[in-house]
Design a protein around this ligand. Structure first.
Ligand SMILES: [Zn+2]
Length: 299
C-alpha cells in the first residue's frame, strides 16, 4: 500500500492558525480513512501563506523511506487539472474551515474525540434532499445513512449498509430518535411503483422491492388516482412501512419498549417546500397498524 502522504496548498490561511491543531486534524482525518498514523512534520511554517504550497511530510518508520510526494511544480500541475467543480468545492471547504471549524475549534476538537448524536436519520440519496441542508443538522448532531428511496429493510432480509448503520447508531451511539424522511418526486419510489413482470433485473429493482408492501397498500388504496398521485401516496406509505420494519430489529424494539428510543417519520416536499413530521405510537406493532401522534406540518 502506498505510504500516506498529505499535502495541502492552503492548509493555513492565516498566521494565527494553530499548527499543532492542524496536525491533530490531519491525524484525525487519517484515522477516519483507516490509514495507519504517520508522524507529521510541517515544513516552512513561518512562511505559510494563503494559497502557498505548504508542504507536509508524512513520516513513517523506517525514516529512510520518508518521501516528500509533491513539490511546487507538481502542485501546479494538479491545480491546472482540477475541474471547475472541484475548484468550487475547494473554496467551499476552505470557507467552511475558516468560518466554522477554526472559529469553533474547541467544539470540533471535542467532536474529533467522540460523537453523541441524538438523531439517526435515514433519507434518500436524491441530491435535493440532504437532511443536513434542509433541517440544519450540524456536525455531531445526526448519524445519517442515505439510500435509494429511504427504505429500511426488515430484519429478516439480512445485512445491508442501512441496518449496519442502524445497529451502530442504536447500540453504540445510543441515539434517542430515528427519523426516516421521504420526499416528493422520488425516483426510487417511482421505480417501485413502475415495476412489473417485464421489468428487467437490476440493482435498483432488487433494492426498491424492499418497499413492496407500500406499493401493495398504495395500489389497494389509491388505484383510482393518477400514477403521479399514486407515487406521492407511496412516498409517504413507504416511510410508514420503513418505520414498522424498524420494529423487526430486536434491539430497536427493546429500546422503544424501555422508552429510550422514539421513531419518527418525515416527508419533505421540495415542490412547495413543506415538511411533515410525525411520531410512531409504541403500540403500532401490536396490531400491525400504523398509529401516529404529534403530527406537525411545517410550511
Ligand atoms: Zn428519493
Amino acid at each position: 500500500m502506498a505510504r500516506p502522504v498529505i499535502q495541502s496548498s492552503s492548509l493555513c490561511n492565516s498566521s494565527s492558525v494553530d499548527h499543532s491543531a492542524t496536525t491533530r486534524i490531519l491525524r484525525t482525518q487519517l484515522r477516519f480513512l483507516g490509514i495507519a498514523q504517520p508522524h507529521f512534520r510541517l515544513v516552512n511554517l513561518p512562511n505559510c501563506r494563503y494559497n502557498s504550497a505548504l508542504k507536509l511530510k508524512a513520516l513513517k518508520e523506517p525514516m529512510t523511506l520518508t518521501k516528500e510526494m509533491m513539490d511546487e511544480k507538481e502542485m501546479s500541475v494538479v491545480t491546472e487539472s482540477e475541474s471547475n467543480e472541484f475548484t468550487t468545492l475547494k473554496h467551499r471547504f476552505l470557507n467552511y474551515k475558516k468560518d466554522k471549524y477554526l472559529k469553533y475549534l474547541e467544539h470540533f476538537q471535542s467532536l474529533a474525540e467522540t460523537q453523541s448524536p441524538k438523531f439517526m436519520v435515514i433519507s434518500c440519496a436524491d441530491s435535493r434532499v440532504c437532511p443536513s441542508n434542509i433541517l440544519g443538522f450540524q456536525p455531531g448532531e445526526a448519524f445519517v445513512v442515505r439510500n435509494v428511496a429511504n427504505l429500511v429493510p426488515p430484519y429478516e432480509n439480512g445485512p445491508s449498509e442501512t441496518n449496519a448503520a442502524l445497529e451502530f447508531a442504536v447500540n453504540s451511539l445510543k441515539v434517542q430518535n430515528i427519523l426516516v424522511i421521504g420526499h416528493s418526486r422520488c425516483g426510487g419510489i417511482r421505480a417501485l411503483m413502475s415495476m412489473d413482470n417485464e421489468t428487467p433485473s437490476s440493482f435498483i429493482r432488487s433494492w426498491v422491492v424492499v418497499g413492496k408492501s407500500a406499493r401493495a397498500s398504495t395500489k389497494a388504496a389509491a388505484s383510482n388516482l393518477s400514477f403521479d398521485q399514486q407515487c406521492k401516496h407511496c412516498e409517504k406509505e413507504s416511510v410508514n412501512c420503513s418505520l414498522m420494519n424498524l420494529f423487526t430489529y430486536p434491539w430497536i424494539k427493546d429500546k422503544v419498549d424501555k422508552g429510550e428510543l422514539l421513531i419518527h417519520g418525515g416527508y419533505y416536499d421540495f415542490v412547495d417546500c413543506t415538511f411533515e413530521k410525525w411520531t410512531l405510537e409504541n403500540n403500532s406493532r401490536v396490531d400491525n397498524q400504523v398509529s401516529i401522534r404529534n403530527r406537525e406540518f411545517w410550511c
